[in-house]
Ligand binder design. Structure first.
Ligand SMILES: [Zn+2]
Ligand SMILES: [Zn+2]
Length: 339
């Protein structure tokens, strides 16, 4: 048996659970060391706005750990290697995977949502989901790189197309948006502007490298109609509209915030005559986790706030409660599985 944080019909508790089977061909057994608590975990456990039908389930999908064993005839990092765990297990066979869009894989399973997760002493997963952690990068940063930071990277770089010289605005800098600010700077954006209702979130954005930070009431007066890329991390109609109205002709707005309300994104003619775009962004492609780890290890991407409190596995339920209440100070709470 092993210690694990398990969600079942009675609740979310740390208890003894069966260890995974020995790894088969193509698989690896990993001992998680640090695992971040994601907003999705709070949705699964507390508010139900994201669901998992897999019960009982070990939660946790933002993980770094040590390789314990590889299956027979399996290529992968040797036992003892420090690895980050790519959270999405994809088939690599469907049309979408073959087209390099495995984030949309028809058979995708996320760790800790559609299969067993990493809030546990052991996890079994495909060896191709392991990325060695560059020397000098901490366990905590490697863990949050896999989901929180890589999701922001996918939105800024792949979906938003931000690059050297881009003018970028980030709507919502209380969490993932903060990583987006740092990533936009790291890829050479000429100007990075943050927009948030909360004064503390605006300060965090400045601390992460934003050139300016505005309250939504004044943002459009300052930046309306001149940004190349607008990222929306809130998931509300008003911020989606604000993101679109931030854009220069030909600009692109990227919605990352998950919300259920219908959105009014502005007059259709502004998309047609001005060739503005509005796209969604979800999760990240496997190779983007490696890119993010390299950017962080090289010192080009510095996220002073991304890691917050580190708590023992026994306290994970209280940590999830804090995430649900938004009491994380713009940081990820990270669980120490070895404590
Ligand atoms: Zn997540
Ligand atoms: Zn696939």
């Amino acid at each position: 048996m092993m210690r694990a944080a398990v969600l079942d019909d009675h609740g979310f508790t740390v208890r003894d659970a069966p260890e995974p089977a020995a790894p088969g061909p193509g698989e690896a057994l990993v001992a998680p060391v640090r695992v971040g608590i994601c907003g999705s975990d709070a949705h699964f456990v507390i508010d139900g706005s994201a669901k998992t039908d897999y019960r009982p389930i070990v939660l946790g999908h933002e993980a770094a750990g040590e390789v314990v064993a590889l299956g027979p005839d399996t290529d992968g990092p040797a036992p003892g290697t420090r690895v980050a765990l790519i959270p999405l297990v994809t088939c690599q066979e469907c049309d979408r995977c073959l087209a390099g869009r495995s984030v949309l894989c028809l058979q995708r399973q996320c760790l800790g949502a559609e299969r067993e997760g990493a809030f546990a002493e052991r996890i079994l997963l495909p060896a191709r989901n392991l990325v060695p952690i560059p020397d000098g990068l901490s366990w905590e940063l490697a863990a949050v790189a896999t989901d929180s930071v890589a999701t922001a990277y996918h939105a800024v770089v792949a979906r938003g197309g931000a690059r050297e010289g881009s003018r970028v605005v980030v709507w919502g800098t209380g969490g993932l948006g903060l990583s987006a600010v740092g990533i936009a700077k790291a890829v050479g954006a000429a100007e990075v502007v943050a927009v948030d209702l909360r004064e503390d979130a605006r300060e965090w954005a400045l601390e992460t490298g934003a050139d300016a930070a505005y309250h939504p009431d004044e943002a459009l007066e300052r930046i309306g109609g001149r940004m190349d890329v607008a990222l929306e991390f809130v998931g509300r109609s008003s911020t989606v509209e604000g993101a679109v109205r931030s854009l220069d002709d030909g600009g692109r707005a990227v919605v990352v915030g998950i919300g259920h309300e219908p959105a009014a994104a502005g007059r259709l003619i502004t998309f047609v005559m001005r060739e503005r775009e509005l796209v969604g962004s979800y999760g990240n492609e496997p190779e983007e986790v490696g890119a993010v780890l390299e950017l962080m290890a090289s010192g080009k991407l510095v996220l002073p706030r991304v890691v917050g409190d580190v708590i023992p596995l026994a306290d994970v339920a209280a940590g999830v409660e804090r995430v649900h209440r938004g009491q994380t100070g713009g940081s990820r709470i990270v669980v120490d599985i070895t404590a």
